[in-house]
Structure formats: structure tokens, C-alpha cells
Design a protein around this ligand. Structure first.
Ligand SMILES: *Cc1c(COP(=O)(O)O)cnc(C)c1O
Length: 370
């Protein structure tokens, strides 16, 4: 088997697994308990928080542990919306190609009386800081724009967007779930007020993530109950998951340059190989993309419902249908990439064989779009 779906999830690293087991065996107390065992767990939790903060360029008290990317996105957005409502500001700026954890939260807020501007995304899968600046209004309570797109891997000009938001005094949240562990993130340098990440996208375990929220910006809880996470997120802490997540993120940060160079080499080989397929096109910017992301459209293939991301970058319906995302990691090899390069053209030809659209294109009854 060749695994090339690392944007969906990644394999738990042996080191992270080791830390999970060790935590379960040695720091299994409840961090809220006042006796020794609980206090040891509390210390392990504080240590994990400080280490995660260091990687992101944040302070420990700005890190909140959550159940993953979806929860972090929901909390960041809902919290800013609530803060905005208190000041009669109910306008939000986002983009048309966010992850559903963001998009569906925004759709819900629209039903609750908020107004959302979904910035269109350029053909290369990037929005500009100027466009964000132009969309901000006096009643804007939040700008939420993803760091790197989960389908086409394009990386947004986060520092510049953050600067625009800072100047306008509007909180800036970024869903960095695809970016964390893969590209450098410094929340202070990049003017980020809130940031979401999820462990299972960088070889940590499923069901654990973090939300960074800048000091001075109030954060409301999504989950009410106990006083965990300084009253911002109730529930007995998933210390096993949290410690494994921090371990995985540290390991990724340590090897980031080496990994990026290696994975990017595989990516570029794969892009070159698949580009040879007639009537195909790479989706998203060729350069400004995650090291492991490859996403192609193949004309004349009838697939599933077209993705909102491909439609947002302007791919027509009939082209967006036939798309393929391959997301590589450090674990992939050149031999695997070569096997993919050999297999995909055969699959594309096979699928085109079934397609009435492809027959029309072949017969000249329809114009090629790619
Ligand atoms: C995977 C992903 C999420 C959701 O994270 P979970 O931890 O699975 O809830 C959110 N945003 C992006 C961009 C993602 O890739």
C-alpha cells in the first residue's frame, strides 16, 4: 500500500506513541487533584503547554488544549462573534475556500444574524492582504482566513493579512491545521491573534488539538463545566494526547527544513510526472504551496460532487469533478512516487473511457477547457 493522503490524517509517530504510553503509565492522575499523583499530571500539563507555546512563538498562558482542529475553529470564531455582538459588531471576513469547520460555523452565525463576507480566491488559490483590508468595515468583529488550504495546499500571506487586521484593530484567526508542523509559524511575528491546530495532521494522535489566543483578547468557552484550561475549556484534560501532540510537533519543528526539502522534492517529481497527462492542470499556486501537496484536475472524468475549493478558484463544474489530491509525507519514497506516476495515467484513461463528456471532447462536440 502507498499512503498519500496525509492531508486527511497522518500516521502516529513511534515517539508520540511512546510518550502516550509513558503518560498513561506514569502521569495518569487527574491534573485537578491536589495530591501528588494529580500534581505530577498538572506539572506534565504545564510542561506541555510551555513547550507548545515555544514552538509557536507564544506564551504558555496563550495556549488552550482542545479536542482538535474543528473545536478550536468553532471556539475561536464563536468567541469573537460573541465579543463582537457585545459591541454591536456583527460582520465577519473570511474566504470561500475555508475548511468546513470554519465555513459551517460561519453559516450558522449567518442564521443567527451575523453578516459574512466570503472573499473570492484567486485562480492560484491565494487571497491578498489588500483584499482583506478592503473588506474590513467598522462593524467587523473577526477576520478568519486559513493558513494553508487542505485541498490545494496554497499558503496565504498570513503576516501581511495579520498586519492589516492589527492596523484595523480586528481580531485575526487562522486555521493553521494544515500548516502546523509543516511550515514555520510564529504567532507574534505573523500578527496572529487566534490560531487553530490539530495533532493528527502532524503525526500526533487523533482527537487532540490546540487553540492559541493572544493575551488581552477575551476567549469564551464553548464547553462549560469544570475550571480546566483556565475556565476556557471544561473537561478533564487528555494528557496522553496533549503530551504526544507536543512531542510530535517538536519532532516536526526540529526536522522541518530537512523534511520540507525532501517532501518538496517528491512533490515536484510527482507534479512533473502527472503534468504529462493530456488535458490536466495543477490546482493552486505552483510555488506557494505546502511541501507535500499535489492536486490535479483531469478533464473528461465524472467524479463526485465538485469541491467548494476548486469552484472557489474558478474551476468550471465539469473540470472540478475530475480532481485528485495526493498529499505526501516524510515517509513516502521516490519509488512510491514513481509508482503513482505510472498508475495515475492508466486510471485517468480508464475513467475517461466511461465518460460521455470525454467522448464529446474527443469527437469535437465540446471545447477542451484544459
Ligand atoms: C483536518 C482539518 C480540520 C479539522 O481538524 P480535526 O482535528 O480533524 O477536527 C480543520 N481545518 C483544516 C484545514 C483541516 O485540514
Amino acid at each position: 500500500m502507498i499512503y498519500a493522503d496525509n492531508a486527511a490524517t497522518t500516521k502516529l509517530s513511534p515517539h508520540a506513541l511512546e510518550v502516550m504510553v509513558e503518560t498513561a503509565q506514569t502521569a495518569w492522575g487527574n491534573p485537578s487533584s491536589l495530591y501528588g499523583l494529580g500534581q505530577a499530571a498538572q506539572e506534565a500539563l504545564s510542561d506541555a503547554r510551555a513547550r507548545m507555546a515555544k514552538i509557536l512563538g507564544a506564551e504558555a498562558k496563550e495556549i488552550y488544549f482542545t479536542s482538535g482542529g474543528s473545536e478550536s475553529d468553532n471556539q475561536a470564531i464563536r468567541s469573537c462573534a460573541r465579543l463582537g455582538a457585545a459591541k454591536d459588531k456583527k460582520h465577519i471576513v473570511s474566504t470561500a475556500f475555508e475548511h468546513h469547520a470554519v465555513l459551517h460555523t460561519l453559516k450558522r452565525l449567518e442564521k443567527e444574524g451575523y453578516e459574512v463576507t466570503y472573499l473570492p480566491v484567486h485562480e492560484n488559490g491565494i487571497v491578498t492582504a489588500e483584499e482583506v483590508a478592503a473588506a474590513i468595515r467598522p462593524d467587523t468583529c473577526l477576520v478568519t482566513i486559513m493558513f494553508a488550504n487542505n485541498e490545494i495546499g496554497t499558503i496565504q500571506p498570513i503576516r501581511e493579512i495579520g498586519a492589516v487586521c492589527r492596523a484595523a484593530k480586528v481580531p485575526f484567526h487562522t486555521d493553521a491545521v494544515q500548516a502546523a508542523g509543516h511550515v514555520k509559524i510564529d504567532v507574534k511575528d505573523m500578527n496572529i491573534d487566534l490560531l487553530s491546530l490539530s495533532a493528527h495532521k502532524f503525526h500526533g494522535p487523533r482527537g487532540v488539538g490546540a487553540l492559541y489566543c493572544r493575551t488581552g483578547l477575551p476567549l469564551y468557552p464553548l464547553i462549560e463545566g469544570g475550571a480546566q484550561e483556565r475556565n476556557r475549556r471544561a473537561g478533564t484534560e487528555n494528557l496522553m494526547g496533549i503530551r504526544a501532540m507536543v512531542t510530535a510537533l517538536e519532532d516536526m519543528a526540529k526536522d522541518m527544513d530537512k523534511n520540507a526539502a525532501y517532501v518538496q522534492g517528491l512533490r515536484d517529481r510527482l507534479i512533473a510526472g502527472l503534468s504529462a497527462i493530456p488535458h490536466s492542470a495543477l490546482n493552486g499556486d505552483r510555488v506557494n504551496r505546502l511541501p507535500g501537496n499535489v492536486n490535479f484536475c483531469f478533464e473528461g472524468i465524472e467524479g463526485l460532487d465538485p469541491s467548494h475549493v476548486l469552484l472557489a478558484i474558478g474551476r468550471p463544474h465539469e473540470v472540478a469533478h475530475g480532481s485528485l489530491r495526493l498529499t505526501l509525507s516524510e515517509e513516502n519514497t521516490q519509488a512510491e512516487v514513481d509508482a503513482i506516476i505510472k498508475a495515475v495515467p492508466e486510471i485517468v484513461s480508464y475513467l475517461r473511457g466511461f465518460s460521455p463528456i470525454w467522448q464529446d471532447l474527443e469527437a469535437g462536440r465540446r471545447q477542451h477547457l484544459l
